[in-house]
Design a protein around this ligand. Structure first.
Ligand SMILES: Cc1cc2nc3c(=O)[nH]c(=O)nc-3n(C[C@H](O)[C@H](O)[C@H](O)COP(=O)(O)O)c2cc1C
Length: 322
């Protein structure tokens, strides 16, 4: 969970409890990821994973992005923030690839796209298990054909960004268990499933539908070891935030979060990741600094009411206690 919630301590605590903790590489410099890997290694000798963003080049409708930026100016002014400039970047892809080839985490997962067969093979040769996030049967077939060792099927219930490879595509809304069954039938590689999985019964359901493991994000957002910011934590604990919704308003890419005023006001936001992400980043930081949950992004899946403020090990054990 890039953007703060995932910390080395969270990953280590999950792995120590018998899960597979992940370090989020997204939005960080390769140097910061290297320090994070060292911190995980210092905290645990259990297996762990690193998650990379694979951001394909995308040409948004720049007029639409600039128009959207202008529409946000009053919003930014009221928080004393200056909006960022829209631009593309690749999240330091090459440097992070070199880093994981060098440090060899047990698992490397990818979201927003699929590496080439050559890169997947290079990772396998280094003993790294690769997992590619997929949101459709077509993506699943392609990732398996390219040589992904396993797939992470992400359903529409999931918190945070949809991992859809084509960011301009409208995301599918086939529920996780149906998507999982379809993917399981279509491919020959192990499948992990996530999206709204927050209880032991949810974990059992994905295992019964063919998954070898469950992927869980939102249920850990309030974990003691998570780096979730105070505004996000307070909103998750606030019964007034009852609904989640999907939005492009924060980053130009569809993502699910607790429904707030900003999402309702900017339903017409254009596609354009990471351009829009760079535009709104200072506004979001100012909203967090001001303690404003109606402007800050509050990524959460549909299982958010189940998140608990306890140690991550306890959350992990509860997810498999039946
Ligand atoms: C706050 C937050 C941040 C996330 N960041 C990432 C990320 O950096 N990389 C990624 O592959 N998935 C990310 N996800 C999605 C998760 O990998 C996963 O699909 C999702 O959390 C599963 O659904 P759940 O949130 O309902 O448990 C994020 C999810 C949340 C809630």
């Amino acid at each position: 969970m890039a953007g703060g919630p995932s910390t080395p301590q969270l990953a280590a605590a999950v792995s120590d409890a018998g899960g597979l903790g992940f370090l989020a590489a997204g939005y960080k410099t390769a140097e910061q990821v290297a320090s994070g890997i060292e911190a995980v290694r210092a905290a645990t000798s259990s297996p762990y994973g690193v998650n990379l963003f694979l951001v394909s080049h995308f040409e948004p409708d720049l007029d639409a992005v600039h128009a959207y930026r202008r529409s946000l100016e009053p919003e930014a002014a009221s928080l004393g923030a200056e909006l960022g400039a829209p631009r593309w970047d690749d999240d330091e892809w090459q440097a992070k690839v070199e880093l994981v080839l060098d440090t060899r985490p047990d698992v490397v997962s990818f979201t927003f796209g699929c590496p080439t067969p050559e890169l997947l093979r290079r990772m396998a040769e280094r003993g790294i298990h690769t997992t590619v996030t997929v949101t459709t049967v077509a993506e699943a077939r392609e990732a398996a054909a390219r040589g992904a060792a396993s797939l992470a099927v992400q359903g529409p219930e999931a918190g945070g960004h949809r991992g859809t490879w084509d960011q301009a595509a409208e995301p599918d809304s086939i529920p996780l268990l149906d998507l999982l069954s379809a993917v399981h039938r279509a491919v020959d590689v192990p499948v992990v499933a996530g999206g709204g999985v927050a209880t032991a019964a949810d974990v059992a359901a994905v295992l019964e539908h063919g998954a070898v493991a469950a992927q869980v994000g939102t249920a850990y957002l309030l974990a003691e070891e998570a780096g979730t910011n105070p505004v996000h934590r307070a909103a998750l604990a606030d019964p007034a935030f009852r609904e989640t919704a999907v939005t492009r308003a924060y980053t130009g890419r569809w993502a699910r979060g607790l429904a707030n005023r900003f999402m309702a006001d900017h339903q017409d936001a254009p596609a354009g990741y990471p351009h829009v992400h760079h535009v709104t980043a200072p506004l979001r930081a100012a909203a967090v600094a001001a303690g404003d949950p109606q402007v800050a992004h509050l990524w959460s899946g549909t299982g958010h009411a189940r998140a608990r403020s306890v140690p991550a090990g306890e959350i992990t054990r509860a997810l498999v206690s039946r």
